[in-house]
Design a protein around this ligand. Sequence first.
Ligand code: ASP
Length: 658
Amino acid sequence: MVEACRHDVNSCGSALASAREPFIILTHSSCGIPLAGTARKGPARKGKNVLDFLGDLRRTHMCGALRPADAGQKAVLMGWVNRRRDLGSIIFVDLRDRTGVTQVVFSLELNAEVHDKAEELRNEYVIAAIGTVKKRDADTINPNIPTGEVELVADELRILNVSKQLPFLPSDAVLANEEMRLKYRYIDLRRDPMQFNIELRHKVSLAIRDYLSSQGFFEIETPFMTRSTPEGARDYLVPSRVQPGTFYALPQSPQLFKQILMISGFDKYFQIVRCFRDEDLRADRQPEFTQIDLEISYPQPERVWETVEGFLQAAFKAAGLEIQPNFPRMDYDDAIRQYGIDKPDLRLPALTEVRDCFAPADLEALAISKDLPVLAIRTPGVGELSRKERDDIKPLFISKGGARVFEDFKRIANKHPEAAEKITRKANVAPGDLIVLVVGSAQSGKDDHPAGKRKVTPAELAIYASAGLLRVALAQKYAGRHGIFKKTGDPAKDYRFLWVTNFPMFEYDEADRRWVAAHHPFTSPHEEDMDKLETDPAMVRALAYDVVLNGTELGSGSIRIHRQDIQRKIFHALGMTEEEARTRFGFFLEALEYGTPPHGGIALGLDRIVMILAGAESLREVIPFPKTAAAKDLMVEAPTPVAEGQLRELGIGVVVKR
Ligand code: ASP
């Protein structure tokens, strides 16, 4: 951080410079920090730090703009010294701004004074170069950059600012470690890939805004200082000074406000909005993240899906990709049975149910449950695995509900050749494909779970889920061998979208032995399932949907409850008393009573979409100022303790656990 020297500026000379005149930077001898100094006209003095004013000098071109057609023209470029090569009588400077780099030439022969001054340039100095555009000689053309056929021959140089020695350079080929990058984020953001990502983010947001606005959506802001919303993560709290002991919560989403906006007659709302959730972080989570949030009046789910497909098409187009609308749709139950997960990556082969390939005696010999799924995971093109490689599969397996894994298919083939033969055929196994089986244990008990009547029972779900996770883990481990995740250049193959629908309305919380809302408590049950709300909650489907891309959940939404009577039944099914519901959402329940139209919506993660479009590995690559996995901002050093007085004013005492 640049901080003013505490010493008296006036003791070092008075700053009388007029805007046009260059002036010498006086540095205080004890702290070395530049001070505004005495104005001085005339040529730069060798060995001195000389800074010039911008004055009324105007830039004529950005650094990525000049082309051979501009040869002969005068140009004024401004930017950072990306690289300087001093060949003695000629100094080359690659001048950089966000649009690119132009080579600037300072020649001793042509202009000794300017050449002299250019000797003082160092990495990341900020300069203005004024000169004439010249076509480069054929043998010095740089085909790697768009401005590579020209250079700017400088006849004037203004040094607008100096730079301390940097912890890393924006032009470094090897990336600094992430901690350094985040601490010096302003330097990191100067790097090409980061400039690209942030520009992409801008274009994507703009395309989404334009599209939604063209469809009659209004962008409406909702408060950040509000009260707890129903997403169910931990809240970030903001203490109130004027009402000591009370707190605002930062919104986990604008859920209730957007529903209120439908009650208020805005018909179609959207917002590209920050949401705050205090959750344990992973690579694809941030404590504050951005959602594309929308709500529509009188919708069927299909209306919401059309809208999302439309804005995703616009967003992808902004990144140069043509995607087709009408994403495939899949019931939650089918997603589980085919992929073992509710966000299937359609680029990879589905699971194959192979129980019928085994004779009952085989199942018994292998201690495999006769009632639970027997699932083959096929990972294409892995090739022969060594014993050690097969052993490495085991740690990837997360067993749920007693699920077991058979990672050595050859052993099954040796002992049960007929079954293996059938499995090979049923799962379309080609030479080089890896086959791993996930099964239930023979001793798995009967399913007397409250959700036992579901199409996919909890005991089955455990086996599917174990297989689903292993399927993805294997595909990731062997990505280098099967190459399925590599971009082909065909968006229809590279970006496999999917709507997953008809989720169960409730999940059973084993610890608390009660039903909880699978989405949030304002999600509408399926119209056909309303009568089961009280009698058979396990079988109630929600009018909820997720949009999935390549195994990532991009967003989720639902048709909402707009009727008081149904809302009451839902709270009842969730074991929430009228009293509790009123305390948490009273204002909203009251609003529902004043003529609420049917409505529904969705929210998609903007950060994730941009991350995928940028081909980035982490959300931090596409968020200008992200937090670390420990929820810290390393640049501003937040969070921090605050002054005792500030706490007193808020009526807060801090208890530090040791
Ligand atoms: N508010 C929900 C969420 O953030 C999305 C929605 O239902 O519209 O997950």
